[in-house]
Design a protein around this ligand. Structure first.
Ligand code: AMP
Length: 527
């Protein structure tokens, strides 16, 4: 059975396989590209398109072309990031019954994991076609800063694609595995990974086949999409002032604006000034232009300096994360021997300069920043199936704790704890004769418990009429190698126990099965 590595990206996804020592092959999409857009479109007639065909559909059918869904995966509808995404997306975001942010499909809301599962199905089909055999096992990468809900949802996505997850590995860690390992022996490496939707900074020590992550930090809502959004707003405001038409109001014009913004952003990595042009830009918004013309072309020049000014705070936020990660690792920027740059956005000169200045060295940039994460995942897949010898120790990015009586967060597992890990802690009752105890488990760095992700709660009843502080409830928390959390609680006196896993977020196996069937039935270009 062949095991592959999959980078499920915000913008593009990639699949790779380990062939033999030193040879990792990126598998081409059925259309010949080395990456596949992480997009799904549903046409008027219900036909589903995945990957490149979906990307081509975006302009025609913006409301039902779902992209950047990784920014939503595992998120609650009420999160600020969900609201932000809702204002910028041509497709609608719905509140699922369980409170999660789902995508409003033509017929019903769909979890983001279903979209990701369809993208993975396409990747899997391409791999099976290229390798001539079934592919059922994979290492899947996620942003290092992904929390438990986001990791579980990613695992569900793999389930929808009929893929058994060998390991969920952090993207920067995977990139480090694929980088030129020998040259980094015994060195401290910082991986700065700015992709389409997320930012991660991981600090590692690499020592003859052993990789140890010292610390990690990041932002799961900071990436190329945010740079695009700044350009979109800048252009749209200018156009509004000049012509009285807000291009962001029409779904089609917003989509065209977004596509052009991304092109201009990339071009600004090469040139000092770029023309932002959309013919017939104001064709669709119902209001005619102030000058009475039925349509108006958009043609504006933007300089790199202007673009850098519009996005300076985003770049600064990445440096804040770097500072936090280094502080956690107990090292200074000068202690970093190697800087690896990963992710398409590191091609932007301002990003490159900020990272290089902060770390004070010449960065090592992957020759293939779009594929290096998938390559690393393929290397790990080979190691986990006994074909290679690699040792890898990663850390948990967010603290885990319980809510105290005053609603603050009592941390039981600090961030940067090596995983897998297990922690046991005795909790007690607050008042005399308390019959029941509720333990609320949360993940996150906020002081106020409610601001952190709810992982679930235990409710233990009938613990007896004992004085405050006499009862003892033992709470055990496990974080596995995938960074996924499970927990249980047991009352010492009565032996009553309770498991939190059942409450945790994620799709029911039946739902995964139904979605898997739907994903398989997509008219397979690669079937
Ligand atoms: P990744 O998820 O690593 O594939 O990164 C994708 C992000 O990188 C998207 O936001 C792209 O627009 C952005 N990107 C790709 N190439 C460039 C470039 N040459 N200059 C600036 N941004 C780029």
């Amino acid at each position: 059975m062949t095991a592959v590595g999959i980078d499920l990206g915000t913008t593009n996804s990639c699949i790779a396989v380990w062939r033999k020592a030193g040879v990792v092959e990126v598998i081409k999409d059925i259309e010949g590209a080395l990456v596949t857009p992480s997009m799904v479109a549903v046409k008027d007639n219900g036909e589903v398109l995945v990957g490149w065909p979906a990307k081509r559909e975006a302009e025609l059918n913006p409301e039902h072309t779902y992209r950047s869904v990784k920014r939503l995966i595992g998120r609650a509808f009420t999160e600020d990031e969900t609201a932000q995404m809702a204002t910028k997306s041509p497709f609608a975001i719905a509140r699922a019954d369980n409170g999660e942010a789902w995508i409003q499909g033509r017929d019903n809301p769909m979890p983001p994991a279903q979209i990701s599962g369809m993208v993975m199905t396409r990747l899997k089909k391409a791999a099976e076609r290229a390798l001539g055999r079934e592919v059922t096992k994979a290492v899947i990468t996620v942003p290092a800063f992904f929390n438990d809900a986001q990791r579980r949802a990613t695992r569900d996505a793999a389930g929808i694609a009929g893929i058994e997850v060998l390991r969920i590995v952090n993207e920067p860690t995977a990139a480090a595995l694929a980088a030129d390992i020998d040259a980094r022996d015994g060195r401290t490496v910082a991986v700065y990974d700015l992709g389409g939707g997320t930012f991660d900074l991981s600090v590692l020590r690499a020592e003859s086949g052993q990789f140890e992550v010292l610390s990690t930090n990041g932002d799961t809502f900071l990436g190329g999409d945010d740079f695009d959004a700044r350009l979109i707003d800048w252009v749209a405001e200018r156009f509004l002032a000049d012509h009285g038409v807000d291009l962001r109001e029409g779904k089609v014009s917003l989509q065209r604006l977004a596509d052009e913004a991304e092109r201009v952003k990339r071009a600004l990595s090469e040139s000092d000034r770029v023309q932002f042009s959309i013919p017939y830009a104001a064709l669709e918004p119902v209001k005619p232009g102030a000058d009475g013309r039925p349509h108006i072309d958009l043609d504006l020049e933007i300089t790199r300096e202007q673009f850098d000014g519009l996005t300076a705070d985003l770049v600064a936020r990445t440096i804040d994360c770097c500072e936090a990660a280094l502080a956690d690792a107990g090292i200074a920027p000068g202690d970093v021997d190697e800087l690896l740059l990963v992710g398409g956005m590191t091609r932007a000169p301002a990003v490159l300069e900020a990272a290089t200045t902060y770390f004070g060295g010449v960065p090592w940039r992957a020759p293939d920043p779009d594929q290096i994460v998938a390559r690393g995942a393929a290397i790990l897949a080979a190691a986990l199936t006994g074909q290679l010898d690699i040792e890898l120790v990663d850390v948990t990015p967010h603290p885990i704790g319980i809510e105290t009586a005053d609603h603050s967060m009592a941390v039981l597992i600090p961030a940067q704890t090596k995983i897998p890990c297990q922690v046991k802690r005795a909790c007690t009752t607050q008042v005399d004769s308390q019959e029941a105890v509720t333990v609320r488990l949360r993940q996150g760095g906020a002081e106020l418990a409610a601001d952190n992700l709810a992982l679930g709660q235990f409710h233990l009843e009938g613990i007896g009429a004992r004085p405050a502080g006499a009862a003892r409830v033992d709470v055990t928390i496990d974080i596995d190698v995938d960074g996924i959390v499970t927990a249980s609680a047991k009352d010492r006196a009565t032996g009553r126990s309770n498991n939190i896993t059942a409450e945790a977020a994620g799709l029911a196996p039946k739902a995964v099965e139904r979605m898997a069937k739907a994903a398989r039935s997509v008219r397979g270009e690669a079937a």
